[in-house]
Design a protein around this ligand. Structure first.
Ligand code: LAC
Ligand code: ZN
Length: 476
């Protein structure tokens, strides 16, 4: 009841019946679920958005299954929503119009790891953390590391252009997608991109599809760029009196041209939540940075030294260096405890993923504090400070607080815009941010994207209701 529900126009009962029987005939009954109880888990994802229960769930195990499903969806005019692990934060995988959910979780193979060319060819359902382990066994490295990496999949990461702590040094998913095998509405299969180190042929359709949030095409395969595995990793934890001091340290580290692979910030409220979970953090600390460097032993040592120096100059209360892997794991415990710690604070939370220029981190956090004071909605912030990418979380308990949560979110986005920032650094727009797209993008730019969407999906059947603000689809 506390979650927010949204809907899009539903397909007719006749269209649904036709689609179900065509799908069963084309794919076999074992790959098509139509039982309401079986379909119910596919109505939500990690965003807490509640959508209608889909009319059918297709469990694809091949590109042909995807193509047939998209052909039938087009012919019967039944909407279709692609889905993988459902770990998304903005409702990208929820079927706002009911219809068909198309799951690629059954396509989870690593088809190839080419050490010489440093590429991996994978199916969309491979778990990101499993890909990490497989390529690292070969001395290679796939940097994008969303914090849900034990559950989320490469297909979902590509659809959302996911990031993670290591994005500060290494960039996000899009920086590693060389090519895709994609299936279009109607069932056309095509390959985009390349498997060579360089290549500029034609428009960069691979980049367009990456981050298209399941609205343009469905992926059946991805060709990923890998890098050599860094031989050593060093981790530091720096404690500060407040976020202003921590933000100054972030600015100093960036200005010195130091390039740690992670530069993570936790604010006071987040630290308190972590302390509540029994993780001991120096009581004086009102902010904390987790900083990680990688490279050869010499580079790590030098990086740790320089970063430690920069933190001390920025008035760090304490700088701790992990001496071994076990200590390193302990230092990360504060970061890992975060999501359960924050979830325990209230019955509902929403985690935004705004980005501001790094110099605006402290002023933005002042704005957030003022907004919380005004609306009475509790907030806390942590995130990828090196990128200026912050997870501002709003927490609430009762449905009657939702209008004030909405007001807090809108104020946050307006403040972010005033600093020259962006609405989303890694979670996408989905449904939750669609009403605010116009705060950042001009009508002309939104219109261009809507026309692109129409080119790919003229009947608006592929993941309808996402990204673009549409009148009347918002109901709390
Ligand atoms: C994180 C997710 C919320 O960084 O993006 O923890
Ligand atoms: Zn994040």
């Amino acid at each position: 009841v506390l979650a927010r529900s949204f809907t899009e126009p539903r397909p007719s009962a006749t269209a649904v019946d036709r689609a179900r029987s065509l799908l069963e005939r084309a794919l076999g009954a074992s790959k098509v679920m139509t039982d309401r109880a079986q379909c119910e888990p596919f109505a939500t994802d990690d965003s807490d958005v509640i959508a209608p229960v889909p009319d059918a769930v297709v469990l694809a195990s091949s590109p042909e299954d995807i193509a047939r499903t998209l052909e039938i969806a087009q012919a019967t005019e039944v909407p279709v929503t692609p889905r993988l692990a459902g770990t998304g934060r903005t409702g990208g995988a929820v079927p706002l119009a009911g219809g068909i959910v198309l799951s690629m979780m059954g396509m989870a193979k690593i088809k190839e790891i080419d050490r010489g060319e440093r590429i991996a060819v994978v199916e969309p359902g491979i778990i990101t953390g499993e890909l990490h382990e497989a390529v690292e066994r070969e001395g290679l490295f796939y940097p994008p590391d969303p914090n849900s990496l034990k559950m989320c999949t490469i297909g979902g990461n590509v659809a959302e252009n996911a990031g993670g702590p290591r994005a500060f040094k290494y960039g996000v998913t899009r920086d590693y997608v060389l090519g895709l095998e994609a299936v279009l509405m109607g069932g056309t299969r095509l390959r985009t991109g390349r498997r060579t180190a360089k290549g500029v042929t034609g428009y960069d359709v691979t980049a367009l599809l990456t981050g298209s949030e399941g609205t343009l095409a469905v992926f059946s395969e991805a060709t990923l760029r890998l890098v050599p595995k860094p031989p050593e990793v060093g981790t530091l934890l720096a404690l500060f009196l407040d976020v202003r001091a921590a933000a100054e340290a972030v600015a100093a580290i960036v200005a010195l041209g130091l390039l740690p692979r992670c530069l993570e910030l936790l604010d006071r409220a987040t630290l308190d939540a972590v302390r509540d979970r029994g993780v001991s953090v120096d009581e004086r600390a009102g902010a904390l940075l987790i900083i990680e460097v990688d490279g050869d032993a010499h580079a790590c040592e030098r990086g740790i030294e320089q970063i430690g120096e920069a933190c001390t100059q920025a008035k760090a209360l304490d700088v701790l260096v992990a001496q071994d892997a076990a200590q390193r794991a302990r230092l990360w415990s504060a970061r890992r405890e975060m999501s359960p710690a924050v979830r325990a604070l209230a019955r509902r939370k929403i985690s935004e993923d705004i980005v501001v220029p790094r110099r605006s981190i402290a002023p933005l956090l002042d704005c957030v504090a003022r907004t919380s004071e005004k609306t009475g909605i509790r907030s806390l912030t942590y995130g990828h400070a090196g990128d200026g990418n912050l997870h501002v979380n709003f927490l609430w308990n009762e449905p009657d607080e939702i209008p004030r949560v909405e007001a807090s979110i809108e104020q946050l986005f307006r403040d972010v815009m005033s600093f020259g920032g962006t609405l989303s650094g890694e979670h996408g727009i989905g449904i939750l941010k669609a009403p605010y797209l116009g705060l950042e993008q001009s009508d002309a730019l939104i219109d261009l994207q809507v026309r692109l969407k129409r080119t790919f999906d003229p009947k608006n059947l592929l993941n309808p209701g996402k990204i673009f603000p549409a009148a009347g689809h918002r109901a709390c």
